[in-house]
Design a protein around this ligand. Structure first.
Ligand code: AKG
Length: 249
């Protein structure tokens, strides 16, 4: 296992780290059990801006949930004062605040690609110091939508973004595919963890498989030194919520 020092160095240089087997089989099983319960019991009553479907009329096409920690104590404990939070503090070399915990699925055959983007574009932080963690809950590979990073891209600033048609990932990089956009990708097993910096360019493939889902959890932590432009962010989020409501009537 790598030391904190080694992890920090890698994170600062590459903009991401990969921690295979961060959770064990039993821990992943518990997440699946609690997710199933949450989807059955809480999701029907959750606001539309926290529940995204490929087709809202087909519950099996659920693709994304927001702020899981606010709906279930199990996810709250996974997010706060947890191994994930401690790792975020190590990588950012600061105290951290947990901001969001998301569920991601890409239903077989119809799960769309995640457009190339930088999370920091949405976060609106100064300095843009935050991490996103992506925890695989199933086997994920090039067929069902693995995550791809551009190494070192967190050192080159924020790229231009524009509106996409992908619900849940409303903004994408407009000039993606430049010669220096060399990707690395990860085929992951349940319990494997990827962590990326807020400015690391990343994307994911769609799910072209016939019958494999692609379930994962996302954790977002901001460094204490990162200050939010709260007014701009609130206005942006209100606009987003409004667009989601309009799109689903
Ligand atoms: O699961 C995915 O498709 C991508 C997740 C992602 O872009 C993120 O967590 O920032």
């Amino acid at each position: 296992m790598e030391t904190n020092d080694q992890l920090q160095k890698k994170f600062r240089k590459d903009g991401f780290v990969f921690l295979p087997g961060f959770l064990n089989e039993e821990e992943v099983k518990q997440i699946h059990i609690h997710l199933e319960k949450l989807i059955k019991e809480k999701v029907p009553g959750m606001p539309q801006e926290h529940t995204f479907y490929e087709d809202r009329n087909a519950p099996s096409t659920l693709k994304q949930l927001q702020t899981l920690f606010s709906y279930d104590i199990f996810f709250n404990q996974l997010m706060f004062n947890s191994r994930f939070e401690k790792l975020a503090a190590v990588l950012l070399q600061d105290n951290v605040t947990g901001k969001n915990m998301q569920y991601f699925n890409k239903p077989p055959g119809i799960g769309k690609p995640t457009p190339p983007h930088q999370d920091g574009y949405y976060f609106m932080l100064e300095p843009n110091e935050a991490v996103t963690m992506w925890l695989g809950l199933e086997n994920v590979d090039e067929e069902n939508g693995c995550v791809r990073y551009v190494k070192g891209s967190h050192l080159k600033g924020v790229r231009p973004h524009a509106k996409t048609t992908t619900l849940g990932f409303s903004q994408g990089i407009t000039d993606y595919g430049r010669p220096d956009d060399q990707e690395v990708w990860f085929n992951t097993k349940p319990g494997d963890l990827l962590v990326h910096h807020a400015l690391t360019i990343h994307r994911a493939d769609g799910n072209s498989s016939l019958n494999r889902t692609r379930k994962a959890l996302g954790f977002i932590y901001y460094a204490e030194k990162a200050k939010e432009d709260t007014l701009t962010k609130e206005a942006y989020q209100q606009k987003l919520a409004e667009e989601i409501r309009k799109a689903s009537v």
